[in-house]
Structures are given as structure tokens and as C-alpha cells.
Unconditional design. Sequence first.
Length: 95
Amino acid sequence: MASGHQPSNRYHTYLDQKKKGIREFYDREAPLYASKWIEKNSYYYDQIKRLLAGIIPPCMRVLDAGCGCGHVLDYLKPSRGVGIDFSASMIDQAA
């Protein structure tokens, strides 16, 4: 940090707890994510897919950070697609 000020341990503890809670939520939701969240919010996800497809032509190399179950990456049809996610269970659903 430019000021030389280091964040307190309390801040790191808070962030670690938030990350753990987020990871646990998505690990728990992963098995039903496509049917529960993607189908329920299909309009939103369809808009996201169309928007990205308009920006990213087919056969490009794509890195999807926060890929979830990989449905957007699959839709984009990359020549090489790499998805990373905070939740190992979501990655398992994508595989």
C-alpha cells in the first residue's frame, strides 16, 4: 500500500469469513444451479450470453473468471476456453 498502512488482522479475518460463506453457498447450490438459478433467471442469462457473443466471436480463446457451471463459456464456443471459479463444486458441474 502506498501509505505504508497495513490492513488489520480483523479485516483479513472478516474477508476470509465472507469468502468462506460465499464458497459454501455455491458449493451447496452447485448440483441444482442450472435448474434452480439459470432456468429461473433465463432472461437475464440469455441477455448476458447474447451480449458476450456480440463482443467475443466464436473460436476465440476465452478465460471466464467466475464461470460457475460453465454455461456461458459453453455458449461462446471458444477455440480454447478456461473457466475458473471460487467453488470447486461449481467447477465439478462444469466438467
